[in-house]
Design a protein around this ligand. Structure first.
Ligand SMILES: [Zn+2]
Length: 213
């Protein structure tokens, strides 16, 4: 998507051009709008530029009044989504939003849009199959959870770990479960992945980069 920059905000093409037309009608347009060095973006919209990489998903600053809004499945309109690339902070921003408001339509729009293009975006709980009890899947999922999310060897957030003060690894060993050394998230069964994410959400686990803040 393309965007205009005006008065320290970003607008979609339609809104940026409307602002330009309004300013022109008021006699406030620069002599040569194509010569961007001749005016300041505080006075007249500059652009359009390709949407830039950001620390968050960008939307047109006109919000619900946007002339080319992005429409949610339920008919709600929001400022046009720029579909910009995300920085690492941007991925964390989207993940925090998914964890806090997984049912919010805008959050779902971001989650589904970025899932394919950006590594580490959390899957939406709605998109996961319902986990069912399978002892092997449970053991594998817990082993991978431990490897992926442990802090100092112990998955602190798991209530029984705090109570027993022992790692999932030790507990699985006590259950005579020996995970394959080749095991990782990608090798979990679909049910194993569902169990994995169910627990990430249930325990409120944070990604490493979020936890280190
Ligand atoms: Zn707009």
């Amino acid at each position: 998507m393309q965007e205009y920059i005006y008065a320290a905000d970003c607008y979609c093409e339609a809104c940026g051009e409307a602002i330009r037309a309004r300013l022109a009608a008021e006699g406030s347009a620069p002599t040569d709008p194509d010569d961007e060095h001749s005016y300041d973006s505080d006075d007249y919209p500059k652009g359009p530029y390709d949407a830039s990489e950001r620390d968050y998903p960008g939307h047109c600053a006109s919000g619900p009044d946007c002339l080319a809004p992005t429409e949610m499945a339920d008919g709600t309109k929001v400022g046009q989504f720029f579909e910009n690339d995300l920085t690492t902070d941007g991925v964390n921003y989207v993940n925090a939003a998914i964890r806090e408001n997984p049912n919010n339509k805008v959050v779902q729009l971001w989650a589904r849009f970025y899932a394919d293009s950006h590594n580490g975006i959390l899957p939406l709980p709605d998109d996961l199959p319902s986990p069912y009890f399978d002892r092997f899947d449970v053991c594998e999922a817990h082993a991978v959870l431990e490897w992926d999310w442990n802090v100092g060897g112990i998955l602190q957030e798991r209530p029984t770990n705090e109570r027993r003060n022992r790692s999932t690894d030790v507990q699985l060993h006590a259950m005579r479960f020996r995970p394959s050394p080749m095991l990782n998230y990608d090798r979990l069964s679909e049910n194993g992945k569902a169990i994995y994410w169910h627990n990430v959400y249930a325990w409120g686990l944070k990604t490493r980069s979020e936890a280190s803040k």
